[in-house]
Ligand binder design. Structure first.
Ligand code: MTE
Ligand code: MOS
Length: 780
């Protein structure tokens, strides 16, 4: 940052912290040369596996005849629950998630047996030949049914503050309602895949496409019934994870390890897309109910929120996901008196899991919906109501008792409202709608405040290893994983910055449980916060030794030794190349590698009461979206989006912008086109891109103005004062949903409100338009 830029433009960038250096694998991505798990050259004798899946949502397995599977061409082995030597479970918190169902199946698509064959095709064809005799059991398929039957994966949680009941009753205005928020398939481009290679004496090496190699290692060890030191897990990169590979990569990994153990040969398992969507969990869908009391300016006095989410058949990460919903139901707003109830519904469907935002987006959707309803009931601009409720002096404590010390959403709002010309465009849209009979436009502006840190405090730790070789090149390893988000690039920049060498001199090696033990998942957006600090500490330790060595060798005070631009300045007279100093230090027997460790300070949290300071800081953003809807077909299009996002002092503005753009578009998909649909038997019907519609390039707003907030800076001592950026931008897309809601409201000349559920698919928009034209009365 402080270095003068070399003359030849971007390619010659140093790549220190803060510079928009390219992704470290960009040239490999575009050439198709970046190696993903399925690209690893197969060891001689490699076999391929496929799961045999349940064809019932809930049933007892009366008997199973797998003779047809065993006799199928190319089949080498068939494993069932009885063949698991250790623990038949991949549940990360509760032990309620079998690798292979033993006596009971709990969702349509649950793995029951594993076929191992000479080819992928042979394994997949044979997997269809299992004859399973089921005795159907009653299945719970909806949130409503689960609520009625009190079917929960873990107990419900209530967070409250103040006398919400009395405050609500006393408020000048009240509103009550309910709406739904749909789930979302992660749709990482690279599906779940693992490759297990047996070693000597019971060791196994598993290549896994996982956000959490340490977790996969432990799950594999448990499944095999061996100690963790016999299992190594490696991941060079993922073709996307988005939360879907935080826990659910364990399943294929355990399968290949079991198969490798059983056959003594390397085994690979790659879900095909339909199986992937059928087997794995997704973002939780929610039913939300609310009652809110407010004043004439739309300022909330008291609110009662009920969240009920579909968790699927097992707990997986549903506890922390739903906790995060509760802790993001305030978004940027002060809720003086509040009750939030969270039910974690057990249903006979896929076990829902992490997805970018980890429950936070659903919490934010709820409060944004309520504020929009308040504005429409009062007949004022939703932007004014949002502003009126912002955190501020004397109104700065969250429902979970954390003081908001770094609030900047108000400043982002003001800047973006001005730069996007919100007020004039809103007025122009209203005029335009008055004369446009069929196509209607809408506009909305929404803010984001997202808490950064794992709510499970112990996860907020990281380790790194930095090696300096005698030629001055640097090898970096840390516990984080690369899934396209640019973590490896950012952490390499931190190390380059610390050692004063070019980015190109720092190579990042694959995530590997043999190098960094007990690493946390790369999740909660905290990858660069945690691993950046750990790597910085490791690099600083080496630098300190080099400084001490140079000071002694050249008889200067340590302060006179300075590292920059691939050189080391020693006093005013001497200047050595970095590699030269390293070589001298090596000959003098100075240790040239170091480990670094970091744990996030200040955070604490009681998972029982949901109170504390779960987050080190907050990341903020704001977005204005303008849409057009066709009131005859229900189609929608986002015409323009303006985004201002706070990445603090960005470690890499190019990569961070990519995260903001990608997150926003992924959020748009969640709220507009991506719809999961199960039939009456509990079978997921939308298990391929033909029926499950993710955004494509043509869905990107034609006018897309994305900026990082130049004045952004972390008030906390984060890595180079940057802010985490992986998840928060997804929630900027809530502005798109509300712009659609605004367009629907125009159908009745903005009298009344559109009861729109998410996703706002064409069908849902049409339904809402139809309801609107019946001119529903404004709630009192
Ligand atoms: N970006 C890409 N390209 N691919 C991904 O899979 N995952 C998101 C986000 N951005 C993801 C992504 C999620 S869910 C998280 S938690 C963060 O990246 C994780 O990485 P970080 O902590 O390094 O930001
Ligand atoms: Mo991200 S949902 O925390 O993997």
């Amino acid at each position: 940052m402080n270095d003068p830029r070399p003359p030849r433009g971007e390619a010659a960038l140093r790549g220190l912290a803060g510079e928009p250096v390219r992704h470290d694998s960009a040239h490999l991505h575009v050439a198709g040369e970046a190696a993903y798990t399925d690209d690893i050259l197969e060891v001689r004798g490699t076999l391929h596996a496929a799961f045999g899946l349940s064809r019932r949502a809930h049933a007892r397995i009366k008997s199973m005849d797998l003779s047809g599977v065993r006799a199928a061409p190319g089949v080498v082995a068939v494993l069932t629950a009885a063949d698991v030597p250790g623990e038949n479970n991949v549940g990360p918190i509760l032990h309620d998630d079998p690798i292979l169902a033993a006596t009971e199946v709990q969702f349509y698509g649950q793995p029951i047996f594993l076929v191992v064959a000479e080819s992928v095709g042979a394994a997949r064809r044979a997997a269809r030949l299992g004859a399973v005799d089921y005795e159907d059991l009653p299945a719970v398929l909806t949130i409503e049914d689960a609520l009625a039957k009190q079917s929960f994966v873990i107990p419900s949680v209530t967070l409250q503050r103040g006398d919400w009941q009395a405050t609500l009753a006393a408020a000048p205005h009240r509103l009550k309602g309910a709406f739904r928020i749909g789930g979302q398939e992660q749709f990482y481009l690279e599906g779940q895949v693992a490759y297990g290679v047996p070693g000597e004496d019971g060791d196994v090496l598993v290549y896994s496409s996982t956000q959490h190699p340490g977790e996969v290692q432990l799950q594999v060890a448990h499944a095999l019934g061996v100690e963790a030191h016999r299992v190594a897990v490696e991941c060079r990169r993922m073709g996307g994870g988005f939360g879907g590979k935080e826990t659910q990569a364990s399943h294929p990994a355990c399968a290949v390890a079991l198969a490798a153990r059983a056959t003594g040969r390397p085994v690979k398992l790659r879900y095909d897309r339909d199986d992937d969507i059928t087997i794995t969990g997704k973002r939780h869908d929610y039913l939300v109910e609310y009652e809110v009391g407010f004043d004439g300016a739309g300022r909330i006095a008291g609110i009662d929120l009920m969240f009920a989410s579909r968790c699927g058949f097992s707990a997986d990460l549903s506890g922390p996901v739903n906790d995060r919903t509760v802790m993001h139901a305030d978004n940027c707003y002060y809720l003086p008196a509040v009750r939030i109830v969270s039910h974690r519904c057990k249903t006979n469907t896929q076990s829902n899991t992490a997805f970018r935002g980890f429950g936070g987006p659903q919490g934010m959707m709820a409060i944004e919906y309520v504020l929009d309803e308040i504005a429409r009931a009062l007949g004022c601009d939703p932007l004014a109501v949002r502003r009126a409720n912002f955190y501020g002096p004397g109104r700065d404590v969250t429902p979970y008792d954390m003081q908001v010390e770094d609030f900047v959403a108000d400043r982002l709002f003001d800047e973006l409202a001005a730069s996007s010309d919100y007020a004039a465009r809103r007025a122009a849209i209203r005029t335009w709608n008055a004369t446009s009979a069929i196509v209607k436009r809408g506009i909305a502006m929404t803010p984001v405040k997202f808490g950064i840190s794992f709510t499970a405090t112990f996860y907020n730790q990281a380790s790194a290893l930095v090696h300096v070789y005698t030629d001055g090149s640097v090898l970096l390893n840390h516990g984080g994983t690369e899934m396209g988000q640019g973590l490896f690039t950012k952490v390499a920049q931190v190390v380059a910055h610390e050692l004063g060498v070019d980015f190109d001199r720092v190579r990042v090696s694959a995530s590997d449980t043999s190098k960094i033990p007990n690493a946390s998942a790369t999740a909660a957006s905290s990858g660069s916060d945690l691993n950046g600090k750990a790597a910085q500490a490791a690099a600083a330790a080496i630098k300190m030794r080099l400084v001490a060595f140079a000071a002694e060798r050249f008889q200067v005070p340590p302060e006179a030794v300075r590292f920059a631009a691939n050189h080391v300045k020693i006093g005013d007279l001497k200047r050595l190349k970095f590699g030269e100093l390293v070589r001298l230090a090596y000959l003098a027997r100075v240790q040239l590698w170091a480990s670094g460790f970091y744990k996030t300070p200040k955070i604490h949290y009681d998972p029982k009461t949901l109170k504390g300071r779960p987050f080190y800081y907050f990341a903020y953003g704001a977005a204005v979206s303008e849409v057009a809807i066709d009131t005859l077909t229900g189609e929608t299009r986002t015409l323009r989006a303006d985004i201002l996002h706070d990445a603090g002092r960005s470690l890499n503005p190019a990569i961070d912008l990519g995260q903001v753009e990608g997150g926003f578009i992924q959020g748009m998909g969640w709220l507009t086109t991506e719809e999961l649909s199960w039939d009456e038997s509990g079978r997921l019907m939308t298990h391929a891109p033909s029926t499950y519609k993710i955004p494509v390039a043509s869905d990107v707003p034609a006018d897309f103005r994305v900026k990082l907030w130049e004045r952004g800076e972390n008030v906390e001592d984060s890595i180079h004062r940057s802010k985490a950026v992986g998840e928060p931008p997804l929630m900027l897309a809530i502005s798109v949903f509300h712009a659609i809601k605004d367009a629907v409201a125009s159908v009745s000349g903005y009298e009344g409100t559109a009861h729109l559920n998410s996703p706002a698919t064409p069908e849902e928009v049409l339904r809402a338009v139809a309801a609107m034209t019946k001119r529903q009365p404004v709630p009192a």
